[in-house]
Structure formats: C-alpha cells, structure tokens
Design a protein around this ligand. Structure first.
Ligand code: UTP
Length: 476
C-alpha cells in the first residue's frame, strides 16, 4: 500500500500536488493506481527539470572544435578512403552465421505525426502487399534463417502506452512465422509531461498523470532492466543491430556494416552508425560530427546555418553525413553503460500537443497547438561514450524510406515510391526491363520481400519476369 499522506507531502514539496485534485472522486482501485504511478516517478527531480527545460530552452552549444565526421564511403575504391568491402562482408556473414548478432527495433514512440490508430509497427507499409512494418522486419529475420540457417533473436522495445497492443498484434499474426521464444518484448520508461506555460504536470485523466515515453535513448536502461541484455549474454549475442520502426527498407542484418563495426581498425566495436549524404543543406536530419575527438550527432536545429551550407571544393556539403538512425551496438558496451551508476544521457526538449484534462473542471482538453513540453533521451548521445566509433555510408534509395508523416515528406506515399525505385534498380540489375515514365520514375509499383532478397545481389534470377508491364503491381 502506498501512503497517500507521504505522496501528498512529496508532491507539495515539488509544487505538483494538483495531480491529486480528483483523488477523492476515484474508486479505491483507481486511487491505488494513481498513487502507484506517481510513486514510480522521480518526483524530486521535477523542479530542476522544470527550471532547465520548461521555463528555459537550453541552447546546445556548438563545440568550438567542431569538424565533419569521416566515414567509410559506399564506394570502397574511393580515393579518399579505400577499404576492403569483401573482407568486411565475410566477417559480417561469419558473425551472423555463428549466431553473434541480435536484432533490435525501437517501437516505443507515439507516432503522433503519422496519426495512425495503433502501434506504428502495425502500419500497412508494403508498397504492393500493404504488409505491416513488423512483418517486413520479421521477413528480414526469416531471410537470415533461410540464408544462414540461424535463428536471430529479435528484441522489440515498446512503451507502456503501446505494449499490450503490440504483443497482441504479434500473437494474432503467429509471430509472422518466427519462433515465439526468439521474439522478446519489453516496455521502455516514461517521463512526466509538462504544461508549457506553468511547468505543472498535466493529468491525462482524473486518475492518471500525463506521461510520454522517455525517448529512444531510454532503450539502454530498458534493455538492462528488462533482462534483455542478460538474455543476449546467455545466447552468446555480441552485437545488436538497432533500427527504427518506421523504415521498411532497413537492412536488418547487413554483413558489410557488421564486418566494419566488428573489425575496422578504427572501430571499438562499441557503437557504429550508418549515414547517407544529405539531400541538401536544409534537410532535417542530424549530422555526424567530431567534437573533442568524439563522434556525435548534431541535430539539424543545432547546426548553425553557415555550417549547414558550407561546401567542399568539389561542391559537396562539408557537413554531409546525415544520420538515418541505424546503428550496431556492442552488447558489452551496453552492459557497461547500463550498469554504470553515473550513466545518464541528456534530455532533449520538444514542444508537443499533450491531451489532458482541465485542472479545475476535469473536462478533457484537445489542444489546438503545442501545450506541453516532453523530455526525451536520444540514443545517438551514447556515441560519445564509445571508445571509438565508425560511420559507414549507404545509399539512400537502398536503405532509407521512413514513414513519419501521413502526407508529404517522409510519408507512406514517398516510402512506397522509394520501395518501388529500389526494387526497379534490383530488377534492372538482373536484366529485367522495368517501364519508366518520361521523367525516369518506374511506371509500376514494386515490392521485394526481405525474405526474397535484401540487396540486388541476393535477388534470385530464376523466376523473374523478362519485363514488368506498365502500371503493374508486382510483389516478389
Ligand atoms: P520519432 O522521432 O519518429 O518519434 O521516433 P515518434 O514518437 O515515433 O513519432 P512522432 O514524433 O510522435 O511523430 C523514431 C524512432 O524511435 C522510436 C520510435 O518508435 C521510432 O522507431 N521511439 C521514439 C521510441 O522507441 N521511444 C521513444 O520514446 C521515442
């Protein structure tokens, strides 16, 4: 039993006792739930957080020694930095085959921009089949089973807000053909949300404080607390392939990337990243930089415009290495961070709409504009904690077709176009004729399951048509 008086006194001390305003109107069970939720929050940290992040907007200082990050170019023969792609490939394949690699999707976000009713991983993403994102990722792992005879364990981070529907979705779809024992779900932590004007924590309902998932950076602690790291160690997993739930073309098990991460001379095998060249100076992606000798991602809003626009003598952007949120993390590294009592990633502040109730009347409020501040941690802030960290360039069409918005940029429509474009390239590289519009876009809709192939080279020639018909919808 959690004691009301103690909680009330602690809340009063941090200026948040309004959250008990409707306590007396709740059922006994509702009262206990509310007290349990409040007791799980770090109440004593709230005044400091309100002062730092709600009343003020901390500006990220741009380090004085900021430099663009170096990276392994997609073309291994590039004069700037030649490297041995086939050696990396072999090393990566060997790790996959020997069962040293796990898959990890962060799926705890709220997906508010997409506005989909349900966990984002259930969103129908396949260009032709409309198959859900979770199924696309599962097919990557089924493909690995076919190709390497290995069962790759899959860790799925949810949040308390979408955990149950996520688990139910997998159960209802029979784990998409994966084995249930190799599919692990765990919720990340939450942070209280804040009223943007007052710094008070809003009530989501009379018996619940408004909270938000604590950001994808919350995964490091959640992997530990949930027992997932221990599970990996039991299974002999050494490297974790990290990806986001909204990118259907991610190559979950990329031998070259794994091989570089585990074996490149300048990698510590602690945390590695993929990048794509920025589409232009204004593209809203974080950029890999070096500061104080460490790799970091500078958010697009923190990169000063003159640096964002700066160009090299060959015309390319100086700060060119856009982050696409694909990483490999060493299990030992994660264990070291998660068990270090001093480990903490910084918070980032975001102004968002927070649905809540009126603190006086208890009536629901649907905010028209941003009424709240959410605090989140970002996983890329762990890069600076690695002893050394490498970046590997990949091709945007091959690996980055995120579904963030309902329409426009990074929407389901652009993602389906990119899925088609990638499949068209793969088919053409296998001698299949693909109809194109006068503008050069494929004049058809194509989708290749990652079980069939995760690269052009893996696409089996047998069974491919000689030509795709104009306007056709073809799923392979
Ligand atoms: P986004 O930054 O796109 O955030 O997450 P979001 O919450 O999903 O979407 P919006 O901003 O509300 O529209 C990038 C990835 O990080 C995961 C998301 O699920 C997605 O895979 N994520 C984000 C978490 O797992 N937990 C979080 O707390 C935040």
């Amino acid at each position: 039993m959690i004691d009301l008086r103690t909680i009330r006194a602690r809340l009063a001390q941090v200026g948040q006792d309004h959250v008990l305003r409707f306590y007396d109107s709740l059922t006994p069970a509702g009262q206990q739930n509310l007290l349990t939720q409040i007791a799980s929050l770090d109440l004593e940290s709230l005044p400091g957080l309100v002062e730092t992040y709600v009343r003020n907007k901390p500006r990220a200082e741009v380090p004085t020694d900021l430099r663009p990050a170096t990276y392994y170019p997609n073309n291994p023969d590039a004069a700037s930095r030649p490297w041995d792609r086939s050696a990396a490939y072999r090393r990566g394949e060997d790790l996959i085959r020997r069962g040293k690699v796990g898959a990890f999707v962060v799926a705890g976000g709220q997906g508010s921009r997409l506005g989909f009713d349900g966990p984002k991983g259930c969103f129908p993403a396949g260009a032709v089949t409309g198959k859900p994102l979770f199924q696309v990722f599962a097919e990557n792992l089924l493909g690995a089973k076919d190709r390497y005879s290995v069962r790759v364990p899959w860790y799925i981070m949810t949040s308390p807000l979408n955990h149950d529907p996520t688990v139910a979705f997998f159960r209802d779809h029979d784990y998409f053909g994966l084995s249930r024992e190799d599919t692990m779900f765990f919720p990340q932590g939450v942070m209280p949300s804040f009223d943007i004007a007052t710094g008070k924590v809003p009530l989501a309902s009379k018996g619940e404080v408004a909270t938000n998932p604590d950001g994808h950076g919350g995964c490091i602690r959640a992997l530990h607390v949930s027992g997932s790291l221990a599970d990996m160690q039991r299974r002999g997993i050494e490297h974790l392939s990290y990806f986001q739930v909204d990118n259907p073309v991610v190559r979950v098990l990329d031998p070259v990337f794994l091989g570089l991460h585990a074996g490149a001379p300048d990698s510590s095998a602690e945390m590695s990243s993929k990048m794509v060249p920025k589409a232009g100076p204004d593209e809203k992606v974080g950029v890999f930089c070096l500061a104080g000798g460490k790799l970091e991602v500078l958010e697009y809003s923190d990169l000063p415009p003159d640096l964002a626009k700066a160009r090299n003598p060959d015309g390319s952007l100086t700060y060119n290495a856009g982050s696409i949120a694909i990483h490999i993390m060493g299990v030992e590294f994660l264990q070291r961070l998660a068990t270090d009592p001093r480990f903490a990633l910084p918070f980032h502040r975001a102004e968002k709409k927070v649905p809540c109730i009126d603190p006086e009347s208890g009536e629901p409020i649907t905010p028209a504009g941003n009424n709240g501040v959410k605090l989140e941690k970002f996983v890329f802030d762990a890069l600076a904690l690695a002893r050394a960290s490498i970046v590997y360039e990949t091709d945007r069409v091959e690996e980055f077709a995120p579904i963030k918005n309902a329409t426009g940029v990074d929407s389901v429509q652009t993602s389906k176009q990119l899925q088609t474009l990638r499949a068209a390239r793969w088919l053409e590289s296998r001698g299949v004729s693909v109809p194109r519009t006068p503008g050069g876009d494929p004049d058809c809709t194509l989708e290749v399951s990652p079980r069939t192939a995760t690269s052009a080279a893996e696409l089996p020639v047998a069974g491919l048509p000689k030509a795709v018909e104009r306007g056709a919808r073809l799923a392979l």
